[in-house]
Design a protein around this ligand. Structure first.
Ligand code: GLY
Length: 355
């Protein structure tokens, strides 16, 4: 027979259990109550995003304060980054797959209607987040992929564009030429790599943006070009609801950036929201999801270092229904963008491991 408990009892017990688990198993979690966690008064809008989203949180907050729907605000915010050729992890200018073709993933989730939409491995469309929102609004489906997603976008009036910038093409060519000294590709002698390009040689950046308006409506959007040089057709965590994004209007919203494979296997954003529902602060819930993911990938083997720590980066962002927010990264040095209703700022994220 199933035992029954009220929601109130569930939340209370979960809070105690969750906090104890963190404190016992993870010394780094003791950092969770530092000044990084917000305690600003409720009833004020919030926008939280990955560190590449400072302009996005500013734009989204302007829209919220003008009365926009939170989902529209987050999509408009991330569109700035999708359109930016200098961000090589999202939209136009994103690094391509191993064939030199840019394939994009995106998802949206709306708190009040508990609805989601997503596209994966879509080519030639600069703003996959807008297409994801249309999947939510204009279909009975949650996820369209590849050529079907492209045809759906074209049917709704989107225009095909070449998303491969010259800078991204050169980075891809450099990667291809240096893959092996036993193939037929030869790097140009004294190749003149544009400044900053070497640092972008292998990335899995993304933008996640979460919003809470002063009416208590939550929403989120995650959009990415995914892992650079991926096998064509590879889908990361960004369009997977529960992994790259999750929203429960009664509890909060969470999203992720970092290595999608690690996150998909552990459904981090769903876990963050559930743990906030059990009473953990957003920052504590992000740390706990990282701890679960690190433990999961330790068992996977190929995603951990000889010392047992993860060999990948992963970050979670969260805001709860009260307006408290936080973020945590697998390793020290992570930051995130927040607009707390007063100003946009980059803040330091909590972290699980120092290095
Ligand atoms: N988090 C982005 C990706 O792995 O595709």
């Amino acid at each position: 027979m199933k035992s029954k408990c009220t929601r109130r009892e569930f939340l209370k017990d979960g809070a105690i259990l969750g906090a104890a688990t963190l404190a016992v198993s993870n010394p780094a979690a003791l950092r969770a109550d530092g000044p990084r966690t917000s305690a600003a008064p409720a009833g004020v809008a919030r926008v939280v995003a990955s560190a590449n989203g400072l302009a996005a949180v500013q734009r989204a907050m302007e829209l919220l304060q003008a009365g926009a729907d939170p989902l529209d605000a987050t999509v408009a915010g991330v569109n700035l980054v999708e359109d930016d050729p200098e961000d090589m992890s999202v939209g136009y200018g994103g690094l391509p797959n191993e064939d030199g073709i840019v394939e994009l993933d995106a998802s949206v989730m709306d708190g009040p209607t508990h609805s989601s939409g997503a596209v994966a491995a879509i080519q030639n469309i600069k703003n996959p987040s807008k297409v994801a929102k249309l999947v939510m609004e204009r279909t009975r489906h949650c996820l369209l992929v590849g050529p079907g997603a492209l045809r759906f976008a074209l049917a709704h009036g989107f225009k095909e564009e070449n998303l491969l910038t010259e800078k991204a093409r050169l980075a891809w060519l450099e990667w291809k030429e240096r893959l092996s000294d036993r193939d037929n590709w030869i790097p140009e002698r004294n190749q003149n790599i544009p400044p900053g390009l070497a640092a972008a040689m292998s990335t899995y950046g993304t933008i996640n943006c979460l919003a809470l308006d002063d009416r208590g409506r939550l929403a989120g959007t995650t959009t990415t070009s995914g892992l650079s040089w991926k096998i064509a057709g590879r889908v990361g965590d960004s369009p997977i609801i529960g992994a790259g994004l999750y929203v429960d209007n009664a509890i909060g919203a969470a999203g992720s950036t970092g290595l999608g494979e690690a996150n998909i296997m552990n459904l981090g954003s769903y876990a963050v929201v559930q743990d906030m529902g059990r009473g953990l602060s957003p920052e504590q819930a992000c740390l706990k999801a990282l701890e679960r993911t690190a433990e999961g990938t330790r068992r996977t083997g190929r995603l951990s270092r000889p010392d047992g720590r993860p060999n990948y980066g992963l970050n979670f962002y969260a805001v709860n229904a009260k307006g408290e927010f936080g973020s945590a990264s697998m390793f020290a040095g992570g930051t995130y963008a927040v607009h707390d209703g007063m100003q946009a700022a980059i803040r330091e994220a909590a972290y699980l491991y120092d290095k």
